[in-house]
Design a protein around this ligand. Structure first.
Ligand code: GAL
Length: 416
């Protein structure tokens, strides 16, 4: 009896010893760009989960949709030799940081928790480098969506558009009805987000050739001229104040009925939910007309930096918390995205979320799942910036559609 007690005491002492360094290290510093209402609400789920596990959250928010500004701040932090524990990051950026040797190694944890079996291959492409896990995926977003004010749609005839021509007819009707047909924020990444959908609307093969393969003929083709012409048509439905507007303010215009619709990734849904709007009742989610059956994805991942030994335990706790199935449900139902794991039921998701999950599975099975250029999964950062420059300059009237297609091919070539 005595011996057993003694053994027990020794065992607890060992546990305590093992836990002691952990307790000191339980803090994560997280750099991210989730600053809008819906984004912050989703991030809070993670903060609270970690805090419940005794991990203190040092917040490092850098506002700016799609993370352009966040990536600049990150560069200066890393250059000064002081990387954060974890950084929200998109596709090709993760690979770049890994190639430069700045990321840690989550492979043991990934093996222990069986990540390889549940994370879709399209995401693993960016969560792993040289066979090592370097990032934990939080979600799958998709850019080829439109968000429509239900009342405005009803006033415009009630039928959600399924083709380019139907889209234009609905936009015309909304204009006639005296509202701003298309809410847009003129920032390069938002222009690029619409461009993603417009190019995809001209065919999966065209998107693949022009954006993923960066084939010079596709980039300067007649089809690309058509894509730029469509961008001009869409621009005709923006209001005069679109320049520089943040994406969530454009979502707010649809939410309050000032505008009819917004072409934006499904993080926009987070704003509608935050405003207590219900899909199907207050707003309608559709695939960008002409892109049904296809999905342009991006995935927010927490890239884990190669931090000092005393920070590794907390970093792993965070990675494990991110991959937890219950967290993936709690976070993604608020964020507008869908889980980064294939073993999660769609039960807790609303109709748009259910559609997002079904579309993703279908597109993955049919070969119509491709990376979003505008959100770092279709092309490297250099090429993405080169495309943004031309798309934005054209949208602001600097080039004709014909010249824009030529400029695009030249700019992409120069960025390679
Ligand atoms: C995307 C990101 C989303 C959302 C959006 C707007 O790149 O994947 O999570 O934050 O930018 O900021």
């Amino acid at each position: 009896m005595k011996l057993r007690l003694a053994l027990k005491a020794t065992a607890s002492a060992i546990v305590l010893c093992a836990a002691a360094p952990l307790a000191q290290a339980e803090e994560v510093e997280v750099l991210h760009w989730w600053t809008s209402g819906g984004e912050a609400a989703a991030l809070n789920v993670l903060k609270e989960n970690l805090e419940a596990k005794g991990v203190t959250w040092q917040d490092m928010p850098v506002a700016g949709g799609s993370g352009v500004e966040a990536m600049t701040v990150l560069r200066s932090r890393v250059t000064s030799g002081n990387p954060p524990t974890a950084v929200q990051m998109l596709g090709f950026d993760i690979k770049d940081w890994a190639a430069e040797g700045f990321l840690g190694d989550l492979s043991d944890l990934a093996a222990e928790e069986g990540w390889a079996e549940v994370v879709p291959p399209a995401l693993q492409e960016f969560s792993k480098f040289d066979d090592k896990w370097i990032a934990a995926p939080v979600n799958v977003h998709s850019t080829n969506w439109m968000w429509i004010n239900k009342e405005a749609l009803d006033a415009a005839g009630g039928a959600a558009p399924t083709t380019w021509e139907e889209l234009i007819a609905v936009l015309d009707k909304m204009k006639e009805n005296g509202i701003i047909p298309l809410a847009h924020g003129g920032q390069p990444w938002q222009d690029g987000t619409i461009f993603d959908s417009v190019v995809l609307g001209l065919g999966d093969d065209f998107y693949k050739a022009a954006i993923i393969e960066q084939n010079p003929e596709a980039l300067s083709s007649e089809q690309m001229v058509e894509a730029f012409k469509r961008m001009e048509v869409l621009r005709g439905y923006f209001d005069d104040n679109f320049s520089g507007r943040d994406w969530n303010l454009a979502s707010a215009m649809v939410i309050n009925g000032e505008a009819g619709m917004q072409a934006m990734g499904d993080w926009a849904k987070g704003e509608f939910l935050r405003a207590e709007q219900v899909p199907g009742e207050d707003f309608v989610c559709i695939r960008f007309p002409g892109t049904q059956g296809s999905v342009l994805f991006n995935s927010d991942q927490f890239a884990m930096f190669d931090v000092s030994e005393d920070k590794v335990a907390a970093q792993k706790l965070m990675a494990s918390a991110v991959m937890d199935p219950a967290f993936q449900v709690a976070f993604n139902t608020v964020k507008g995205s869908v889980p980064a794991r294939t073993d999660i039921s769609d039960e807790a998701f609303d109709d748009c979320g259910k559609k997002g999950m079904a579309d993703l599975a279908e597109a993955a099975a049919n070969g119509t799942l491709q990376g979003s250029m505008a959100h770092g999964h279709g092309a490297s950062s250099n090429i993405k910036s080169a495309i943004f420059d031309v798309v934005t300059a054209h949208l602001n009237g600097e080039y004709s559609a014909e010249d824009a297609a030529e400029e695009l091919a030249a700019a992409v070539e120069a960025a390679q």
